[in-house]
Design a binder for this molecule. Structure first.
Ligand code: F6R
Length: 606
């Protein structure tokens, strides 16, 4: 969602802001703006559309020297996509950018109206700027402390005060902010991708703390004015990871990065052919004490949870449920200290997943999160964390983050089965060795793109299609469907193959595409029957099957087979095929796969 960057230092701030906003484009946005100090005045430039549009407008100021400024990409929530609603917003001496939602903005607007103050935009953010300005006499810290007492909701603010040139103030509640002080100056952003150019070392601004950035340093104080030293973090990826590196799109690059991401996630957690979480500081007692698991997440991360449920239940016989995080709180979930709530999140900032985690903790459940972004809110608020090591995921559509989430779910299932003693150590060793082979298996399957691209072209004009599967393949169908929808804009639905005839088969007519996953031997015969059902109603069938599957040529129009692999690990291969189908279909339709319309990478509002 909204991207934030602020810089104050000894190099051209406009350039830092524009470069930073370009790096943040992947988060999804519809307009962009920057504000910067020129002498003692703040100049603001805004544009609806892309950062390149903003860049064009900012070129008017190319001869203007500035060393301090803030920049923002806006993903509209309150008010349409217009220049007036675009950030930064100005009120009196305050200029501000914001990521989040101010929930009580209407009441605050009424209070301000009583004082004769009216906003010019439709945004909650302008109201926040007005509230801070209303509290401001001459001391920025005092004004911020006073103003945040009035604001309800989630926010990350960067604020400049016209009479304090060279300084940027930041505060956050919920929405993320990371910062670093370097020899060029102090820089702060909504995520590391905008900071990596300047440093691999950074800190997450603690919630409800104010950062004051000057060209020389960053000072952090809590709301009681105590100075606080931040906990420094380090990322082990670099600028190259945040660039396309010769690929047309980040999505394709990230699909190809899966073998390495999987290796980095799996290898450090295998000791003596057994899964081992000692380095993650996860004690076996976490598993021995529990009698139930709830997995909660959103979108693709939730689909990884569906596969995880299958693995954990199969190997441990402990019941696992998977809940959509945005629904979790409204289902009055049954939670106690023998329940482990596993939250899964690439960004670690998804508002609904974070809220579900908080509810779990409040109700005494144990919590473990599977997160890709170090130091993110979900990672920090969970009792235990298992980081996936996928590196930065820039494309909006999640690919490598999904398969590494699967890998961690498998490791959890193996370790849990070991602790419970539900399967023999020999079996665990065997499974662990299979998992270790997965990066190589995925590498092998990556070359199937040449056969998938022509099949995807057949979907070019499709308006609607279906994914069907049973068991693990049903969970994968859900993932295949979301991937295709989000990047190709083709309507699709995932159906448990046996369920189709209970209503939805009425939509299967001549040439309606059905992507049928049949990688699991135990349900293969039943899948064949289900495929025949759609086939006999005219469906165009694309079938994904295991290496040894005996498939009658009349059963499908296109057959894609996996290299040989134990059925339990087939999801790693099928996931790649589904990612390719989505990618090449979107490419065939001429779409920007990295930034699909309306979508944001990190969904920090509920
Ligand atoms: C789909 C996709 C989304 C995310 C979801 C959760 O490709 O990326 O469905 O999986 O928004 O995001 P995280 O994992 O950051 O919590």
């Amino acid at each position: 969602m909204c991207g934030i960057i602020g810089f104050t230092g000894n190099i051209d701030a406009k350039e830092v802001l524009l470069q930073g906003l370009k790096a943040l484009e992947y988060r999804g946005y519809d307009s962009a703006g920057i504000s910067f100090f020129t002498d003692d005045k703040i100049t603001t430039v805004k544009a609806v559309g892309k950062v390149s549009d903003l860049e064009g407008k900012a070129a008017l100021f190319s001869n203007t020297s500035t060393k301090c400024g803030i920049g923002h990409t806006r993903w509209a929530t309150h008010g349409g996509v217009t220049e007036t609603n675009c950030h930064p917003h100005k009120s009196g001496r305050v200029t501000l950018i914001h990521n989040g939602i101010i929930e009580n903005y209407k009441e605050l607007a009424e209070e301000l109206a009583e004082k004769g103050k009216q906003p010019i935009s439709q945004t909650d953010t302008e109201i926040a700027a007005m509230v801070i300005d209303d509290c401001y006499k001459s001391n920025p810290l005092k004004a911020i402390r006073k103003a945040v007492k009035k604001l309800q909701g989630a926010y990350a603010f960067l604020i400049m005060f016209e009479d304090h040139p060279g300084s940027i103030y930041a505060i956050r509640n919920g929405s993320p902010l990371v910062a670093t002080a370097t020899k060029e100056g102090s820089v702060i952003a909504s995520d590391m991708v905008a900071l990596i150019k300047y440093s691999k070392d950074y800190f997450v601004l603690p919630e409800h703390h104010i950062a004051q950035l000057t060209s020389k340093s960053i000072k952090i104080t809590d709301l009681d004015q105590n100075e606080v030293e931040p906990d420094m973090l380090h990322v082990n990826w670099d600028m190259a990871a945040a660039r396309k590196g010769g690929y047309d799109y980040f999505m394709l690059k990230e699909i190809h990065e899966q073998p390495e991401a999987l290796r980095n996630t799996i290898s450090p957690r295998i000791k003596n052919n057994m899964p081992d979480f000692a380095a993650d500081a996860i004690p076996d007692s976490l598993f021995s004490d529990l009698n139930r698991i709830i997995i909660t997440a959103c979108g693709t991360a939730m689909h990884a949870g569906l596969i995880g449920k299958n693995m954990i239940e199969t190997l441990t016989r402990v019941p696992v449920s998977v809940d959509i995080a945005s629904e979790f709180r409204y289902q009055n979930p049954i939670l106690d200290k023998r329940t482990l709530v596993i939250t899964i999140s690439q960004s670690g900032e998804t508002a609904d997943t974070l809220a579900a985690l908080r509810l779990a903790r409040e109700n005494g459940a144990r919590t473990l999160s599977i997160v890709n972004v170090k130091g993110s809110s979900i990672a920090r608020e969970s009792e235990y964390v298992l980081y996936t090591h996928a590196g930065p995921e820039i494309a909006v559509a999640s690919t490598k983050a999904y398969t590494v989430q699967l890998a961690v779910m498998y490791l959890i299932a193996f370790r849990f089965a070991f602790v419970k003693g539900t399967i023999s150590n020999n079996e665990i060793v065997k499974l662990t060795k299979e998992l270790e082979k997965i990066p190589g298996f995925v590498n092998e399957i990556l070359s199937c793109d040449t056969s998938i691209e022509p099949i995807s072209k057949k979907l070019l004009k499709t308006e609607s299609l279906f994914f069907i599967g049973r068991g693990l393949d049903y969970a994968l169908s859900c993932e295949g469907s979301i991937k295709l929808k989000e990047v190709s804009y083709i309507h699709s639905e995932a159906y448990a193959a046996g369920e189709l005839k209970h209503g939805t088969i009425s939509l299967i007519t001549d040439n309606v595409p059905v992507i049928a996953l049949a990688t699991q031997e135990n349900v293969f015969a039943k899948m064949i029957s289900n495929i025949r059902e759609v086939r006999s109603r005219g469906a165009m069938v694309i079938m994904i099957a295991g290496a040894d599957a005996q498939v009658d040529a009349s059963l499908c129009d296109h057959l894609i087979t996996l290299p040989p692999i134990d059925d339990a690990f087939a999801p790693f291969g099928a996931a790649i095929i589904l990612q390719y189908i989505a990618y090449y279909t979107a490419i065939a339709r001429g779409l920007n796969v990295d930034q699909p319309r309306n979508l944001a990478k990190s969904v920090t509002v509920e």
